[in-house]
Unconditional design. Structure first.
Length: 242
């Protein structure tokens, strides 16, 4: 008997359905579209709606995998209003998947606010883990991984940035932060003043064709990147003091 090539394997058919009234935090690829779990795809296919940081960006991912679902935007500028709407949907028994543009929702991306609100309302929240730039960069950096401190993005104002970096000098593990390509030159200058003798790793274009890890002291990296057109957000890792 012929088998439909799109038919799910027997064990997949036995998987439990999604739970009504649950907020699913779905990790999505940080670059390579193959980096998505089978569970994430099933969640996106079976949920009632998808709350996306950028519906156009998420639309590309959904189209790639042949998924069609209603989407609503959920980003830094409408978190309060959208959180109320998402909670109302969950209270009606809907299954809502929350995704960011890349990686795990809530990690330097929108998501924390609605999770906190859902927990406070006694609603169910479930994580569908997967790609995360922090983990991808740290594990491939060659720096110590047994103890690390994740900062996310530094403040934009110079004084606040400098104060935060100074406060991190006493930390004994690897420091990990995110930075925009538009501020990477400024950051390397600041690191040269605060951590002049530390080894720094710049990770960019993770999981993509031109993935790159640059390693050296801040002044060396500043010289190596000067004049280059560097695209994509950076994961910046600072080694512990020797």
């Amino acid at each position: 008997m012929d088998t439909n090539e799109h038919e799910l394997p027997a064990d997949a058919k036995a998987l439990p359905p999604l739970t009504a009234g649950t907020l699913y935090l779905v990790a999505t690829p940080i670059g390579n579209l193959e980096d998505i779990t089978l569970r994430a795809l099933r969640t996106l296919r079976e949920c009632d709606a998808i709350a996306a940081e950028d519906t156009r960006h998420t639309g590309v991912l959904l189209k790639h995998y042949g998924i069609r679902k209603p989407m609503l935007s959920y980003h830094a500028f409408n978190e309060a209003r959208r959180s109320e709407e998402i909670l109302a949907r969950l209270q009606r028994g809907e299954k809502v998947a929350l995704v960011s543009d890349a990686g795990s929702p809530g990690i330097s991306d929108p998501g924390e606010r609605v999770v906190r609100a859902a927990r406070a309302a006694g609603l169910r929240v479930e994580s569908v883990p997967g790609p995360c730039a922090l983990v991808a960069a740290l594990t491939a950096s060659g720096l110590p991984t047994e103890e690390f401190h994740f900062i996310g993005f530094l403040p934009h104002k110079s004084g606040q940035r400098r104060n935060q970096l100074e406060a991190l000098k006493s930390f004994s593990g690897t420091l990990v932060l995110y930075e925009s390509p538009y501020r990477i030159e400024k950051l390397l200058g600041e690191l040269g003043e605060v951590f002049p003798d530390r080894v720094v790793v710049l990770a960019r274009e993770l999981t993509k064709r031109f993935e790159e890890f640059l390693r050296g002291k801040p002044v060396e990296l500043a010289a190596a990147t000067k004049g280059r057109s560097l695209k994509g957000e950076f994961v910046v890792l600072i080694a512990p003091a020797a």
